[in-house]
Design a binder for this molecule. Structure first.
Ligand code: MG
Length: 281
């Protein structure tokens, strides 16, 4: 595959991302897939999906885990509901994430992505040790099928994320870097963060956002690619600097407005195609 193929975040029946047909219409060569519901994670559906994307000329690069009951309504709600951190849903979600990894494996996909949730910043807390243990458990499940686990960025600062990865100490634990999330969650200037965590970055999102007036307390605003505070040219230049050569996966989360979502992703493809040419020249 060429360096930096364009991609888009897509879904079949659940969660975030555009429909496969939108990815086809936009002519992107790669997708990341939001995991479908349990009832859809069958061999027959895997076969059907693989045939469809082969027909569309699309390669699957990552399957993202997600769970019922997660809400990104505001930052405290994310903290309460997302990922493997909330204790009351942890056991069931860990089991489901392993099933999602198994489904990714049926699809021949060796990368599983995840919003693990708000990892506590105090490393002496029992909750921190619990999250370390669950991350190891999932990494080991993935490793047995030759898969890596990529943590989505945003909920931690670059330093906290590095400390967490080093404490988990598993060779198949990496990062899916989302520069907009650093801004939206108020966890740090994304370019500086990317330089810090660069050696663990194995997949990325191309998403843009504007800082909240109260970073870390209230959401920043997600905006079309190029209109926000990330600085897309600088982002690509930094990706080049850290030696990243995987897909540029566009994420635009306005599922309630599919026409606008498709149009804005179309413009994002154009922008990234131009910038890629310039930066790799
Ligand atoms: Mg993202």
């Amino acid at each position: 595959m060429e360096k930096w193929p364009i991609g888009v975040f897509a879904s079949i029946d659940a969660g975030l991302g555009v429909k496969l047909e939108v990815a086809r219409d936009l002519g992107v060569p790669t997708i990341q897939l939001h995991a479908p519901h349990a009832s859809s994670r069958t061999q027959a559906n895997a076969d059907g999906f693989l045939k469809k994307i082969a027909d569309y000329g699309i390669q699957l690069t990552c399957v993202f885990g997600g769970f019922d009951g997660e809400s990104y309504a505001d930052i405290p709600t994310v903290s309460r509901t997302v990922g493997l951190v909330p204790p009351e849903t942890r056991a069931a979600r860990t089991k489901e994430l392993k099933e999602i990894a198994d489904f990714a494996n049926l699809l021949g996909c060796k990368v599983v992505g995840l919003h693990i949730g708000f990892v506590p910043h105090d490393r002496s807390l029992p909750l921190y040790q619990e999250v370390i243990a669950v991350a190891r458990d999932v990494c080991d499940h993935c490793a047995a099928q030759g898969q890596s686990l990529h943590l989505e960025t945003g909920q931690e600062t670059a330093d906290d994320l590095l400390a967490f990865i080093q404490d988990v100490a598993r060779p198949n634990l990496f990062i899916n870097f989302d520069p907009a999330n650093m801004i939206l969650y108020g966890t740090g200037e994304p370019i500086a963060a990317l330089k810090k965590v660069g050696r663990y970055v194995r997949s990325i999102h191309c998403k843009d956002g504007k800082w909240s007036p109260e970073p870390g307390k209230t959401w920043g605003q997600e905006v079309p690619l190029g209109d926000g505070d990330v600085g897309m040219e600088k982002y690509l230049r930094t990706l080049r600097e850290i030696g990243y050569d995987g897909p540029l996966t566009i994420e635009r989360e306005i599922p309630q407005e599919p026409e606008r979502q498709k149009a804005e992703i179309g413009r994002a493809i154009k922008l990234l195609t131009e910038l890629r040419q310039k930066v790799l020249a």
